[in-house]
Write a protein that binds this ligand. Structure first.
Ligand SMILES: [Cu+2]
Length: 232
């Protein structure tokens, strides 16, 4: 049998090393996409009748419940939960229920202290109707908006009242202690199927106010996402 030259053997070894490098590069590249934000699994509103549904979600001051596998610093990021990709039925009355566990961060833009686009232009905060919230009593906003040229535009913006800074931990969620949440509910109506986007506009993210728009505020899966109106 013919002996392979040293160059041939080195060539094979080199090819293997380069091959591993390419695979590692692809793997790390895909992993960094996850780190930069991702679209979490779709979370459907629970149908409560032929033309009604309830979307029950939470907002947490950290990611221990919703992104338990996240490393530093994401594990300490504020987040909506259990997803940021929502689905609701068309031509329906949607009731949104939010368990809000986080403290307040003063709004930059007072426009978002108003409740807008909900049935009756109000939200219920622990059973009390409110049409506006003081700019320094807001933890997050749920602001649903339409993309350009949307045939059936929706705009809903609700300021989520923060829990007091000194509120003691009073409840446990998946083993994690939190203050008693504010229970916030509001309603809006959907039209035909379509895809909308939503975002928090309170500077709850990284950086000192008024610059708290980095980290979870600029990463999908935490403080922004989609709301799809679809038949199911
Ligand atoms: Cu927020």
């Amino acid at each position: 049998m013919r002996q392979h030259s040293t160059g041939f053997v080195l060539g094979i070894i080199g090819s293997i090393i380069v091959g591993f490098g390419i695979i590692a590069g692809i793997f790390l590249g895909l992993r960094s996409i996850t780190g930069l934000g991702y679209e979490p699994a779709v979370y459907q509103a629970q149908k409560t009748g032929p033309n009604s549904a309830t979307l029950s979600i939470s907002t947490f001051p950290d990611s221990h419940v919703c992104h338990a596998d996240a490393g530093e610093p994401q594990i300490n990021w504020v987040t909506y939960c259990p997803s940021t990709s929502f689905e609701v039925p068309p031509n329906s009355l949607i009731t949104v229920v939010i368990y809000q566990y986080d403290t307040s961060t003063t709004l930059v833009n007072g426009y978002f202290q108003q409740v807008q686009g909900t049935i009756g232009d109000v939200e219920m905060v622990n059973g009390t109707p409110m049409s506006q919230v003081a700019i320094d009593h807001i933890a997050h906003t749920f602001t649903l908006q339409s993309r350009p040229n949307e045939a059936h535009p929706l705009f809903v913006s609700v300021p989520l009242v923060g829990v007091p800074d000194n509120a003691p931990n009073a409840v446990t969620v998946d083993g994690n202690p939190y203050p008693k949440p504010n229970v916030i509910t509001f309603q809006f109506r959907t039209g035909p199927p379509g895809t909308y986007i939503w975002h928090c506009y309170d500077p709850c993210g990284g950086g000192s106010p008024p610059f708290g728009f980095s980290g979870p505020m600029s990463t999908t899966g935490y403080m922004a996402g989609t709301l799809t109106v679809a038949n199911y």
